[in-house]
Design a protein around this ligand. Structure first.
Ligand SMILES: Nc1ncnc2c1ncn2[C@@H]1O[C@H](COP(=O)(O)OP(=O)(O)O)[C@@H](O)[C@H]1O
Ligand SMILES: [Mg+2]
Length: 599
């Protein structure tokens, strides 16, 4: 899959105006702190200019020492320069201290705002959005992309300005005071700089390849650690070790090539850069010899040249960083400017609803956006009265979970309607709508916190009494009490420190606490052993009392008592009726299944 943002890390890529304009959007987040930023930039300009006075002052000091002052009217002695230098250093220090603090404000506060805005937008996207990315890619939007921005606002933009100020003022000073030697220098150095940039971009490309190889190798580690049990169970340590060594070998190969080019680059720089410097130096010495220039001026000229040279060298890498930040900004703005699935505003009092629980799928057709050539639902029509319990049975892959997803409005039907309490589902405020549902899935994934927090997820401000009551009804209280920390027991990453049946009962307690109008059970007991299933089923029966419930189950015993069973096959309802009706139907699919399961 083409990863977004791949091109942004290319060295010396051209930034287009369009990109710059689009990423200017991010300044919206800096606006509240704009004075911090502007004052910081001003201080930076001032301190850079003050810094640029230093070589001039040093040169004049040499002239004074040489008894040839350029400005005899000031009667300066050598020691007077100590005060000038002290002044320069003090102004520099204070300005850069204040600037650092101001920029930190902008980058920390502004980027915290960006982060929470991006996160907020992301979690309000619809299912299709999440399906198209790997989880790692989404997190890297929040981490590495925003870090790039953060360093842009705290360091890079400021440094960029500083180097530009140094470059322009430095060349200005040189041309003003030593026009002849400056011309010689300006004709020599740009050529070297251009050569260095061309060479440098080759090296950067290699460095990028190296980064990619490192990333690939890290993926191996990530995958192995995540699927550790699988690796162990298949005794594939050896296989993984080989896979990892191979990726390390790739890194070594590229790194060695990288080092080789870097070495060549160093030779190149030494020869040409120092060659250039010596050349200009000799020209300067000739000027001094012929009396056209003073020794102190040559001295300051050399220092200015050095400063300008390093400013130019610095601009290259700053430019790359800024290009990276622009790329990151673009990806972030793209997210921020997306439409969200859920209305940004919480439902108004008028929009809040509590469903009675009448549901009707009216000839619903559906195709997953990611798999456009396969129709998953082919005209589903099911009607549920308030408080009724219905079950969906059928082979895996027949479309049962999809029927639920559509009811939850994770996706829109391609055609047909879903009516809830007599009105089209889409006519309700989405948040208000979903607040009526609770779902207990087959694989319950818990959040990393405590049992209590996980149950309270159904009703965030519930009292302890209600949480305990819910845990009791979910048949979870006994096992919770058996833990030394009780409700405060930490469930581990994704709940892995609990057994499947325990997680299931936490999820049921969560649903009980939420007290939903409509309950959805998607194979909630399928992965449990007989004993756990009995306890969980008991809890589920309690939860289903007096509410519309839709149950997907493999084991027909669990759906024997529902009001109506729908048998789904390839996205169609092929049979419906009570357990009794269906099991008496000669040649029926359900009948055949039932015969297999109830021996
Ligand atoms: N997010 C998805 N994107 C594309 N296809 C999907 C997606 N989820 C399920 N499917 C496909 O839709 C069909 C029905 O899946 P599902 O409703 O999960 O079946 P069931 O719950 O009956 O086992 C399957 O062929 C499955 O591969
Ligand atoms: Mg399913």
């Amino acid at each position: 899959m083409a990863r977004p943002g791949k091109k942004s890390s290319e060295p010396f890529r051209k930034l287009s105006w369009k990109e710059l304009k689009r990423s200017a959007y991010i300044f919206k987040f800096v606006k509240p702190y704009k004075w911090h930023f502007i004052i910081g930039m001003l201080l930076l300009t001032i301190s850079s200019l003050v810094f640029m006075a230093f070589p001039g002052a040093a040169g004049e000091m040499a002239n004074v020492a040489n008894k040839q002052p350029k400005y005899p009217q000031y009667h300066l002695k050598v020691l007077d320069f100590a005060w000038i230098f002290l002044g320069i250093v003090l102004i520099q220090g204070i300005a850069s201290y204040i600037k650092t603090i101001l920029f930190a404000r902008v980058s920390e506060k502004g980027m915290a705002d960006v982060r929470s805005a991006v996160f907020g937008k992301m979690i309000r996207q619809d299912m299709t959005y999440f399906e198209q990315f790997r989880v790692g890619e989404l997190t890297s939007r929040l981490t590495s992309d925003i870090e790039k921005l953060q360093s842009a606002f705290s360091v890079t933009l400021g440094e960029f300005l500083r180097q530009i100020v140094i470059l322009i003022s430095g060349i200005g000073i040189l041309v003003y005071f030593n026009p002849k030697l400056s011309m010689i220098m300006l004709m020599t150095f740009p050529i070297i700089v251009v050569l260095a940039m061309v060479f440098g971009s080759k090296i950067k490309k290699l460095s990028k390849v190296r980064q990619e190889k490192i990333a690939t190798s890290n993926t191996v580690v990530d995958e192995v650690f995540q699927a550790f049990t699988t690796v162990k169970a298949y005794a594939n340590e050896w296989f993984e070790e080989t896979r990892y060594s191979k990726s390390l070998q790739d890194i070594v190969t590229v790194s060695l090539r990288f080092a080789h080019s870097k070495g060549l680059f160093f030779i190149f720089m030494t020869v040409f850069l120092f060659g250039g410097i010596f050349f200009v130096l000799i020209q300067g010495a000739l000027l001094v010899e012929s009396g056209e220039m003073q020794v102190g001026d040559l001295f300051s000229f050399i220092i200015y040249t050095g400063i300008i040279g390093s400013a130019i060298a610095g601009l290259g890498s700053l430019y790359t960083e800024i290009a990276g930040a622009v790329g990151a900004t673009e990806r972030i703005s793209e997210i921020l400017q997306r439409d969200t699935e859920i209305d940004a505003t919480p439902p108004t009092e008028a929009e809040k609803v509590r469903f009675k629980g009448a549901i009707e799928w009216q000839n619903v057709h559906f195709t997953y956006p990611k798999r456009p050539d396969m129709e998953v639902l082919k005209g589903i029509s099911i009607k549920v009265q308030p408080g009724e319990k219905i079950a969906l049975a059928g082979q895996s892959g027949s479309g049962k979970s999809t029927i639920m997803s559509l009811l939850l409005r994770f996706y829109e039907p391609s055609s047909g309607h879903i009516m809830v309490d007599g009105k089209d589902a889409t006519s309700y405020n989405l948040t208000a709508y979903r607040q009526n549902f609770a779902i207990v899935p087959q694989d319950v994934v818990l959040f990393g916190g405590s049992i209590k927090e996980n149950i309270a997820y159904g009703l965030p401000n519930a009292t302890d009494e209600r949480i305990i009551e819910a845990a009791k009804q979910a048949n979870a209280w006994d096992f919770i009490l058996s833990f030394p920390q009780g409700l405060d027991t930490i469930v581990g990453d994704r709940g892995t420190r609990l057994s499947g049946g325990q997680r299931q009962r936490i999820a049921i307690a969560r649903a009980i606490l939420k007290d939903p109008a409509i309950l959805l059970l998607d194979e909630a007991t399928s992965s449990l052993d007989a004993e756990s299933e009995r306890v969980v089923q008991e809890a589920l029966d309690r939860l289903m009392e007096n509410r519309t419930s839709i149950i997907i189950a493999h084991r027909l015993a669990t759906i024997k008592n529902v009001d109506k069973i729908y048998v789904i096959e390839s996205g169609e309802v092929i049979e419906s009726g009570t357990h009794l009706e269906l099991s008496q139907k000669v040649g029926g699919t359900y009948n055949a299944l039932a015969k297999l399961q109830f021996v």
